[in-house]
Design a protein around this ligand. Sequence first.
Ligand SMILES: NC(=O)c1ccc[n+]([C@@H]2O[C@H](COP(=O)([O-])OP(=O)(O)OC[C@H]3O[C@@H](n4cnc5c(N)ncnc54)[C@H](O)[C@@H]3O)[C@@H](O)[C@H]2O)c1
Length: 262
Amino acid sequence: MGRSPGGRVAGKIALVTGAANGLGRAIALRLAEEGATLVLVDIDAAGLAETGRQLEAAGAGSNRPPLVVNADVTEEAPVKALFKQTFDTHGRLDILVNDVGGGTSGHIWEATLGDWDRIIKLNLRSAFLCTREAAAHMKERRSGCIINLSSGAREGTPWTAYYIGNSAYSAAKAGIHGLTRGVALELAEYGVRVNAVAPGPIETERTGPGFRKIEQLEYGPIRATPMRRIGVPQDIANAVLYLASDEAQYITGTTLPVAGGR
Ligand SMILES: NC(=O)c1ccc[n+]([C@@H]2O[C@H](COP(=O)([O-])OP(=O)(O)OC[C@H]3O[C@@H](n4cnc5c(N)ncnc54)[C@H](O)[C@@H]3O)[C@@H](O)[C@H]2O)c1
């Protein structure tokens, strides 16, 4: 397979949720760099504007300008409106990246029902709602791919368990793996691929200070990672780009760990 001249996802329409910060922003920038036209979605309007500014500054600009949508992807009505706006603007969607997620719940013996429900909703309901809209459309077109953000936490994170406790998040990210497998099998015969990336500890504005603090404790993320470093957002963006590109055309239903050997 030759390298596509306009980039590895040239001409594709890519929707990235959580694009206002952290990994979502890095993923959006990387996909744009390789020729995709972006739909940027987040609840953080100021962060979205900053991502838009960085896209412009990067000159990711033989592509069409991004469609910027300020929406809560954990709720059904805004998600339906988001996909309608995407189809009205671009006529189709080729790549969906379900990046929205996160949250801490505290040790299991003190976590409230509210903590549990909030984290399942943020990580799993958001992915379900966006995947359902994209799947109906991609199945019809017999083309497209979906990439979910799972986490090393899908198997438990020792340092987080030691420090704060986060089993709802682990459960949600294991759920993302199951969702990825299940939807991949449903859509395989339609030529639609569904995969996940499972980041290890990745330095972002939100996570960096916490990782350094935990490193002082017995189970720090750097010592617990065989490659002995925290990852950078580009590590995740590159993995998402690969899974979104035609280079991964025979890959579906996988969760790819990008975690320095963990
Ligand atoms: N950073 C890491 O080390 C790491 C490791 C493993 C997995 N992950 C996963 O990667 C993804 C991105 O992580 P991050 O560190 O960049 O997180 P982040 O908190 O920096 O970014 C998440 C984005 O989602 C947005 N968001 C939150 N709720 C929303 C909602 N209801 N609707 C729309 N947007 C909403 C936030 O405004 C934010 O811009 C998450 O799914 C996270 O669980 C991150």
